[in-house]
Design a protein around this ligand. Structure first.
Ligand SMILES: [Zn+2]
Length: 142
């Protein structure tokens, strides 16, 4: 999948960061739902998922729960456009396992680092970082 950039509303970024904070010291994980149009991923929703490993060093999305969520999403004409997870002890740089996951699933990964920095990556022949564009940021100003 050749992706140029990702568009995401600010409130979803807040939800992802909130989920990652709440679930410390365990790695949080979830899926990013939306649509892909041409070379842009439009994210419309973030759905937290259980980290089956219950670990602060790695994550695994519960496959049974994922299947149920996917069925609902599919019936709404939407797609799973990516995965997010947090790093408790490291920066938002992808681990070797993260890169393997990207290769296997073909999904874009949002990684929230120890310092809550978010970066997006995709594996397209090689590891690529994708630009994140925040939507509606003016709306969140007081
Ligand atoms: Zn990771």
């Amino acid at each position: 999948m050749k992706i140029k950039y990702i568009e995401i509303p600010c409130f979803i970024i807040d939800e992802i960061l909130g989920d990652c904070k709440e679930r410390r010291p365990e790695e949080a994980c979830g899926i990013l739902v939306g649509k892909t149009r041409d070379d842009v991923i439009d994210i419309e929703e973030a759905i937290p998922m259980i980290n089956k490993l219950g670990s602060g060093h790695e994550f695994m999305i519960d496959p049974e729960r994922l299947y149920h969520v996917w069925k609902t999403i599919d019936s709404q004409g939407k797609e799973i456009t990516g995965v997010y997870h947090s790093h408790i002890y490291h920066s938002s740089e992808p681990s070797g396992k993260d890169i393997e996951n990207m290769k296997i699933t073909g999904l874009m990964h949002f990684i929230v680092g120890r310092d809550y920095e978010i970066r997006a990556f995709n594996f397209d022949e090689c590891l690529k970082e994708i630009k994140i564009i925040l939507k509606d940021w003016q709306a969140s100003l007081p």
